[in-house]
Design a protein. Structure first.
Length: 582
């Protein structure tokens, strides 16, 4: 089991990115590619937000005109009522724009989340059992959930706000320049302070968020690891120690989360401070100008209408910039998520590429391997020497040899779950790569050492092999695999519920359910990886009888990787990989 998260190992420490503000161009490019399908929605969201921001200008003008009409020019009640009516109309339009913008932003969030999650899921599927087996479950779950959601916030909130932070202040400052060029100049000079300090404070935000996502992924894997080993830990009296270990890991994650929040609150405080200072400068200038205490530039021409108009617009000038500062952390979180997702999606599939020229073999296939070699990623070749072997149609072949000699690898090669790095593999005389994707898998069944059963009934787990199978087919497969011999004594029979990973069944019973799931497909190629390992004598007897019965039909090619070849005396041939490699 893994080390506690709170006590980083050297390998864990190497996962933390440097505390720098730089962003990997490859990560930024990948993020732009993910946004491409929702660009139109982002632009429409930004356009509505900009329109709502521009409506602040007539709103402030109508408020200033109403106040001035009451206090200075003493307008007629009918004129004031018209101004108030127009003000209510502007407020209504702003509300509609904001409502519609929020609806579009929610659509963008949902769209990119579904697209990215589907992309990640399809890529994981393309990796096959070999590729997925090399990754940890915790980080994969974190990638599909938290990290994908961070991309949604970036697309739906930060990207539209980026456009609004440019267009809305430009419209406001242009209006202020028409009213008083000196006030407009003050706004224009103070505007760069906010993005400048936002960038300075946020330089480390992306790195902090990347570290946060990596910590979350490690915590997910760490927690899953402890849950899976809970029975062993309690057996050896280490349950309390495991609890303290998880508590320490959670506390470490809490401290990392607080570090992210410190950055968020610091940047917000900086933005609020500089925007407040800038608004205060405008207010002092307008106040002194209206009181006649200074006559700099156009200050002497200020009226209550123009001064109040400018004063109402000043906070609205900084509002989009402040919102951008708050959304900047969505960008930092997205960059942190992208730095995890991009390498995952760039991971090449170990599966053999299929061209799609041929469908699945019509009957039990022959399998030929000629000078075949394989390796896992950058690891050394699995076989000391290229492998040559021939498996006849409808035969039962045993692959024997010591652990690590490549028995399971040969099974992966035969199904295309692992592509060969040298040599050729032919199925019924057709090169493996010429079969259509999924063509061979439709007629293939696999039974490994530790079958995976899902929560549900025994019947549901058998039907995973062939979802549209009839009731008779289910019972026949269950009978052939010896499942009925114990299921008939359970509450509900085949409808008896089992838990995660077959909880409620013994190892031998779970193995028989997995064999029934394989047999219900009526496969023409059956691959078994140590099917009798760790089984009690009764379960082994039922399993061997079911396999022999399937072999006697003669319409299925069976390949068995085993350390116990004497249990299969009826096998047609026995191939020792050690002699092959010798």
């Amino acid at each position: 089991m893994s080390a506690p998260l709170g006590t980083e190992t050297e390998a864990d420490a190497s996962l933390d990115p440097p505390r720098a503000g730089g962003v990997d161009p490859a990560v930024s490019g990948w993020l732009r590619e993910q946004l491409a399908p929702v660009r139109r929605g982002i632009r429409r969201t930004a356009l509505l937000g900009t329109l709502g921001g521009w409506l602040v200008i007539p709103q402030a003008g109508l408020i200033a005109a109403t106040v001035s009409g009451v206090l200075v020019t003493e307008q007629e009640p009918g004129h004031l009522a018209l101004l108030l009516g127009l003000l209510l109309l502007v407020l209504l339009l702003r509300g509609v724009c904001e409502w519609r913008r929020d609806r579009l932003a929610a659509g963008v969030f949902t769209d990119i989340r579904q697209r990215t999650r589907s992309t990640v899921a399809r890529h994981l599927y393309s990796l096959g059992p070999v590729g997925v087996g090399q990754a940890q479950s915790g980080p994969l779950a974190s990638a599909l959930l938290e990290q994908v959601d961070s991309l949604g916030d970036y697309a739906a909130r930060y990207q539209p706000q980026l456009m609004q932070a440019v267009m809305v202040p430009l419209g406001i400052v242009a209006t202020v320049f028409m009213l008083d060029w000196l006030a407009g100049l003050l706004l224009l000079l103070s505007a760069p302070l906010i993005p400048l300090f936002m960038a300075l404070v946020g330089m480390g935000a992306a790195a902090v968020n990347r570290s946060q996502f990596q910590a979350l992924a490690r915590l997910s894997g760490h927690f899953l690891d402890r849950l899976q080993g809970l029975a062993v830990l309690k057996h050896y009296g280490l349950g309390d120690a495991a609890t303290r270990d998880i508590a320490a890991s959670s506390d470490d994650y809490r401290r990392r989360t607080m570090a992210v929040l410190r950055v968020a609150f610091l940047s917000s405080a900086v933005l609020e401070f500089f925007s407040a200072v800038a608004v205060a400068m405008i207010a002092i200038y307008i106040g002194l100008g209206l009181l006649g205490f200074q006559q700099i530039g156009p200050a002497g021409a200020l009226t209550l209408y123009s001064g109040l108009f400018i004063l109402l617009l000043a906070p609205e000038f900084f509002a989009p910039l402040r919102d951008l500062g708050q959304r900047y952390h969505d960008r930092a979180a997205a960059m942190g998520a992208a730095s995890e997702l991009a390498p995952l999606l760039a991971k090449p599939s170990p599966m053999a590429v299929r061209s799609g020229y041929h469908g699945s073999p019509p009957a039990a296939p022959t399998i030929e391997l000629e000078a075949v070699q394989a390796c896992y990623g950058d690891s050394p070749p699995v076989f000391p020497q290229p492998v040559n072997l021939s498996i006849a149609a409808g035969s039962t072949t045993l692959l024997t040899g010591t652990s690590g000699c490549g028995k399971s690898t040969l099974l992966f090669l035969a199904t295309g779950f692992l592509k060969s790095t040298a040599g050729t593999i032919t199925i019924d005389g057709v090169p493996l790569q010429d079969y259509a994707p999924g063509a061979l898998e439709r007629g293939t069944a696999w039974l490994g050492q530790t079958p995976h059963l899902l929560p549900g009934s025994i019947r549901d787990n058998i039907l995973l092999g062939l979802p549209d199978a009839s009731e008779d087919a289910v019972r026949n497969a269950a009978e052939a695999a010896g499942v009925l011999r114990f299921a008939d004594h359970l509450p509900g029979g085949l409808d008896c519920l089992v838990g995660e990973r077959g909880h409620g069944l013994s190892g031998g019973e779970a193995q028989r359910v997995a064999l029934a799931r394989a047999l219900i497909r009526r496969p023409n190629l059956l691959l078994l990886d140590e099917p009798t390992a760790s089984l009690d004598p009764e379960s082994r007897r039922y399993l061997l009888a079911a396999i022999q019965q399937r072999a006697s039909a003669g319409d299925c090619t069976i390949v068995i990787a085993t350390h116990q070849p004497d249990q299969f005396p009826w096998a047609d041939q026995r191939i020792s990989l050690e002699s092959q490699n010798g």
